[in-house]
Design a protein around this ligand. Structure first.
Ligand SMILES: Nc1ncnc2c1ncn2[C@@H]1O[C@H](COP(=O)(O)OP(=O)(O)O)[C@@H](O)[C@H]1O
Ligand SMILES: Cc1ncc(C[n+]2csc(CCOP(=O)(O)OP(=O)(O)O)c2C)c(N)n1
Ligand SMILES: [Mg+2]
Ligand SMILES: [Mg+2]
Ligand SMILES: [Mg+2]
Length: 323
């Protein structure tokens, strides 16, 4: 299929968002935000053999997950997802049907949040690369910045940690036929970002959120650095599935602390606002766990991990791309 036929095949028949003035089909898309809202935007790329391989993902999963990784950044800012744009580099050996499946994965995920595909770019190349840019809206001043953690805050995480990394381990090992294993492979292939939970917290004046794409060790350090605070985490409080606990401690640690791609949220909130977080968790059916607290401001911005009466510095050990 040539570039123009391809674009025609992925152009939506209708748009859901009322702020859209012009979608696909001109030099650029045009959006008119409602007054009182700020635009939140993020971009993330997925590259074959770095973020997925056809051994670990079907084309549908690639689409579902690349948009999911982006939606997760919108959730981590406390915003409501609205639009996405897709830039794709297509090698000649990818079939029309495989490409259609990538777009079906994105479109199914977009539907959950009433998002519209409003543009993109199509080029041929040697390796499949999908880059998605997302746009969301947040009430003025309510973006959930990494710099918003304060002394005395409770530190919490949503869901379970390490599921996605364990799922990837199972996919590489081809030991994933049992029902139990499928829960983990699905967590890797079809992540569900915490949009509704974060939206429910929009009434809070101050809240710090970061999504866990590179592992909690990395994301907690990002919060500590941006807020200039110390973060203390208790290993025994971290939400870890029993299946992971059956593995040697080092292996378990690696998945839980540095595995990444869980697309859960880590947050900090004033103790007085903790019940609001618990209510949001309850009403959106989200597991939320208190895992630590924020100490001293203006000192060293370290993260400490407490386990068995010992305190260790938790370094930024997550996934790092090397240039
Ligand atoms: N190549 C780049 N050019 C400009 N900004 C970048 C680039 N790569 C990353 N950033 C910015 O650096 C910050 C951290 O990026 P990243 O670690 O990828 O965040 P996340 O894990 O939330 O996706 C973000 O503000 C992102 O927009
Ligand atoms: C085939 C394959 N190998 C390795 C991984 C593991 N992996 C790849 S990227 C990544 C970290 C997250 O990706 P990144 O591009 O850093 O996302 P961001 O932090 O920008 O959201 C991890 C854990 C994978 N998902 N698939
Ligand atoms: Mg990124
Ligand atoms: Mg992020
Ligand atoms: Mg990263």
């Amino acid at each position: 299929m040539d570039e123009f036929k391809f674009i025609e095949s992925i152009t939506p028949n209708y748009y859901r968002q009322s702020s859209l003035m012009k979608g696909i089909g001109d030099d650029a898309a045009v959006v008119r935000p409602e007054s009182g809202l700020e635009i939140v935007t993020a971009v993330d790329t997925m590259v074959e053999d770095v973020h997925f391989s056809l051994k670990t993902m079907k084309p549908y999963h690639i689409g579902y997950r690349v948009l999911g990784a982006n939606i997760s950044d919108l959730a981590a800012m406390g915003s409501n997802p609205a639009y996405y744009m897709v830039s794709i580099v297509i090698p000649s050996h990818w079939s029309d049907n495989q490409l259609k499946e990538i777009y079906r994965g994105m479109s199914d995920h977009a539907k959950k949040y009433r998002m519209d595909l409003i543009g993109g770019d199509t080029v041929s190349g040697n390796q499949l690369v999908v880059t998605v840019t997302v746009f969301g809206f947040v009430p003025n001043g309510r973006s959930r910045l990494r710099s918003h953690a304060r002394e005395g805050d409770i530190v919490f995480v949503t869901g379970h940690l390490g599921d996605s990394a364990y799922g990837l381990h199972l996919l590489f090992g081809e030991k994933y036929s049992s029902d139990g294993a499928q829960y983990f492979t699905k967590r890797h292939q079809l992540p569900e970002p915490r949009v509704h939970f974060a939206e429910k917290l929009q009434m809070l004046n101050r809240l710090c959120l970061n999504d866990i794409s590179d592992g909690i060790a990395s994301e907690a350090n990002e919060v500590a650095e941006a807020s200039n605070v110390e973060i203390h985490l208790d290993y025994h409080l971290l939400p870890i599935r029993d299946e992971l606990k059956e593995f040697p401690f080092d292996q378990q640690n690696e998945w839980v602390l540095s595995g990444g791609e869980d697309f859960e949220l880590i947050g900090t909130v004033a103790e007085k606002d903790w019940p609001v977080v618990q209510d949001a968790a309850h009403s959106t059916n989200t597991k939320v766990t208190k895992v630590g607290y924020v100490k001293k401001e203006g000192q060293n911005s370290q993260v400490y991990l407490h386990a068995q009466q010992e305190k260790q510095i938790l370094r930024k050990t997550g996934y790092v791309h090397k240039q």
